[in-house]
Design a protein around this ligand. Structure first.
Ligand code: FAD
Ligand code: FES
Length: 493
């Protein structure tokens, strides 16, 4: 079974866009980023249209662990090293504000999302990680967080010290964003579902093109998780990382109250939701060929080793992009844009950061100053992280051509076993062939419709994933996740 969150919230069925529409702001994407900015803009008096390709909360927001915390593994030591103390302090102040704004929005809108105050911990699983925890405590304190070093979080296994931040929040993420969507609807604003934005013309007004009509708007916010416009600015800077989660019901004992994450590798992220224990980890780059069911098995073994697990009830995985310099990208979409905006790059901590991103964008669109805006501007260039930018560019070049010279992995479609996929010859080229459990074959072009990299099979999710910018496609070629907006070409099996 998939995500605990999508399984325990009814899917919303909102109207598809039907014809052209004119509003003040169009927000593309109905995850936590899009829905929060939409609501803040509506509160500023704007008429807002949210254009969501599938369903509100059905993207990464529905496949997360949903800890809303300003303490985020070892982010402050990383930001301090890459971007300096001022940037770490801005991230800390903004993240604390993001946590509190999310809690305030949930309270003001009376959203029943199981919001609970909890302590957050980053712990040393091994003695060798103790120094990382101490460094994080120092960096987080320097960034303004009221952290303390403690011997152990409330975990049933030995750890080698932890940094603790009290009074953070955990929620049911889908119920939270559905509550935001309900608050956006009405008074001239509307959330549309099953409406994919295909292109945006920046102008006065801007025009969002979809298959069901155009939305004209003074401002457009791209909150599609991975920005889907423009070849260059974002695609060279954001690296999607996949991670895996399981939920378990315990036969005896209770899941921990705190929200914990290990400082080192392998990552183990733990929280509770009611009686459920949730464990996350096993991350890797999207499309790296490392996606397999073993990752769930390792999380399951970890849970069974430390808790009295009665049943694993849910398994899910998702991805989030990490910017090359470890700061989210929030602000004008392109240099000089004053009507087109972006919010992305949350590094698996989007509940606090998408919320402060919404605060920044709402201020910018309303013409108000925002003290954090400069730090997160998308066109910044971090010299200290320039080597990471170069490495991402090189990785793209390798992924673009790399698989083209590898031999096919099955001689013909007939040799593909049920439930598996192979790359097979297709004239002078290659195609991807998947055989479903009923024996039917599904064949697609391996060329990603975004910028032409070759997709790879994800055996854990049964999808074709692109290593370049993280687009994902179902076995029939349809788009599961952008930045691609067009399906893979179908081929004869
Ligand atoms: C395994 C995992 C665990 C995580 N755990 C945590 C955690 O504990 N705490 C935390 O703070 N963060 C966590 N995160 C990160 C957090 O979940 C994300 O940062 C956040 O949900 C991203 O929200 P979003 O709105 O940007 O993206 P999404 O929720 O993906 O929303 C984007 C929406 O845009 C839509 N869309 C895409 N393209 C188009 C288009 N062309 N037109 C219209 N709509 C489009 C999609 O359908 C989608 O609904 C985790 C991430 C992962 C992968
Ligand atoms: S080439 Fe960009 S996601 Fe595939």
């Amino acid at each position: 079974m998939g995500s605990l969150w999508l399984d325990t919230a009814p899917r919303t069925e909102r109207a598809q866009l039907a014809g052209d529409l004119q509003v003040d702001v169009a927000v593309l994407g109905g995850g936590v980023a899009g829905m929060t900015v939409a609501l803040l803009l509506k509160r500023d008096g704007a008429r807002v249209a949210v254009v969501e390709a599938a369903h509100v909360g059905g993207g990464v927001t529905g496949c997360t662990t949903a800890k809303v915390s300003a303490l985020q593994a070892t982010i402050y030591s990383t930001i301090r090293k890459r971007n300096g103390e001022q940037a770490a302090a801005a991230y800390g102040e903004a993240s604390l504000a993001g946590v509190e704004r999310l809690a305030a929005l949930a309270a003001e809108q009376a959203i029943e999302c199981g919001l609970e105050r909890r302590a957050a911990y980053t712990y040393a699983a091994e003695d060798s990680e103790r120094s990382a925890v101490e460094r994080e405590a120092q960096a987080a304190a320097g960034a303004g967080l009221a952290v303390e070093l403690v011997d152990a979080p409330d975990l049933p296994y030995a750890v080698h010290g932890a940094v603790r931040l009290g009074d953070q929040v955990q929620i049911h993420p889908v119920r939270y964003v559905q509550g935001l969507a309900a608050a956006v609807d009405g008074g001239g604003s509307q959330v549309f579902e099953r409406t994919r934005a295909l292109a945006v013309d920046e102008g006065s007004p801007c025009r969002v093109r979809t298959a069901h009509g155009d939305v004209r708007a003074d401002h457009v916010v791209i909150a599609t998780h991975y920005p889907f416009l423009d070849r260059g600015l974002y695609f060279a800077r954001l690296k999607p990382q996949r991670s895996y989660c399981i939920a378990a019901r315990l036969a005896s004992g209770r899941p921990p109250r705190g929200m914990s994450i290990s400082a080192g590798s392998p990552t183990r992220s733990v929280r509770s939701h009611g009686e459920f224990l949730i464990v996350g980890g096993e991350g890797h780059s999207t499309g790296s060929g490392k996606a397999d069911r073993e990752r769930f098995a390792r999380l399951e073994a970890f849970a069974r080793r430390h808790w009295d697990v009665e049943a694993i009830t849910h398994r899910w995985s998702a991805q989030d992009p990490s910017p090359y310099d470890h700061l989210p990208v929030i602000g004008p979409y392109r240099p000089g844009s004053s009507r087109l905006w972006v919010t992305a790059g949350f590094m698996k901590w989007g509940f606090a950061s998408a919320t402060f991103a919404a605060m920044i964008l709402a201020d910018r669109i309303a013409g108000r100053d925002n003290p954090w805006a400069g730090v997160f501007g998308p066109t910044r260039l971090s010299l200290r992280s320039a080597h990471e930018l170069a490495a991402l560019g090189a990785k793209y070049a390798i992924d673009l051509v790399g698989d083209r010279i590898r031999p096919p992995r099955a001689p013909r479609a007939g040799a593909v076993p049920p439930g598996e996929a192979r790359v097979v010859p297709d004239g002078l080229g290659k195609k991807g062939v998947y055989r479903d459990e009923n024996g039917s074959l599904h064949a697609v072009s391996l060329r990603c419709t975004h910028m032409g990299c070759l997709v790879r099979f994800n055996a854990a999710e049964r999808s074709w994933d692109c290593p370049c910018h993280g687009s994902r496609f179902a076995v029939d070629g349809s788009v599961l996740e952008g930045p691609a907006v067009q399906p893979l070409e179908r081929r004869e099996p």
